[in-house]
Design a protein around this ligand. Structure first.
Ligand SMILES: Cc1cc2nc3c(=O)[nH]c(=O)nc-3n(C[C@H](O)[C@H](O)[C@H](O)COP(=O)(O)O)c2cc1C
Length: 154
């Protein structure tokens, strides 16, 4: 049975909500997922997951510093995982793909070269710096979780 570990960082709660909704989408397809705030994470969960999902807010056109540090920290662990995916929240003008999310994809790929990207990352727009997420974004989170689960079951 495939297992997913989903790690998020969030200052105002929007990326956390996105993480919860992505996890809901994954669980609806019958796949097990652990959700963890990177500020409270225990490493053992990561080591035994097959797929790692990372989500961070855009801070100054990059993933949050805490998330970048977390990826560095995890990269030296003995991981069982073979796949990854990322998502990110941002507050700028609507764009299908946010730069910070793409950077997070590139950072994970560089630091964990043995992991294959399961599917392209998800960019979610929030209203202003504090949110909430724009209309429709929560549905996109659930769909993303579902699509991720479909890839894992295929
Ligand atoms: C210090 C800081 C820098 C930010 N820089 C950007 C930015 O460069 N581009 C952008 O689109 N949003 C930027 N934002 C808005 C965040 O992306 C937004 O606060 C975040 O998506 C909300 O997620 P959270 O509730 O999980 O913290 C910034 C926010 C903070 C606090």
């Amino acid at each position: 049975m495939v297992k997913v570990s989903l790690f998020y960082d969030s200052k105002y709660g929007n990326t956390r909500l996105a993480a919860e909704k992505i996890a809901e989408g994954i669980r609806r397809k019958g796949i097990e997922v652990d959700l963890a705030d990177i500020k409270e994470v225990r490493l053992s969960g990561a080591v035994c997951a097959d797929v790692l999902v990372f989500g961070a807010p855009n801070h100054m056109a990059s993933p949050s510093r805490a998330m970048k540090r977390f990826v560095e920290y995890l990269a030296v662990a003995d991981l069982k995982a073979t796949g990854f995916a990322v998502f990110g929240t941002y507050a700028g003008r609507t764009r299908p793909v946010d730069r910070a999310m793409k950077k997070l994809e590139a950072i994970v790929q560089m630091r964990m070269p043995n992991l294959k990207m399961v599917l392209p990352g998800l960019s979610l727009r929030v209203s202003g710096v504090r949110g909430p997420m724009m209309e429709g974004e929560i549905d996109r989170c659930i769909e993303f979780g579902g699509a991720l689960a479909d890839h894992l079951r295929a």
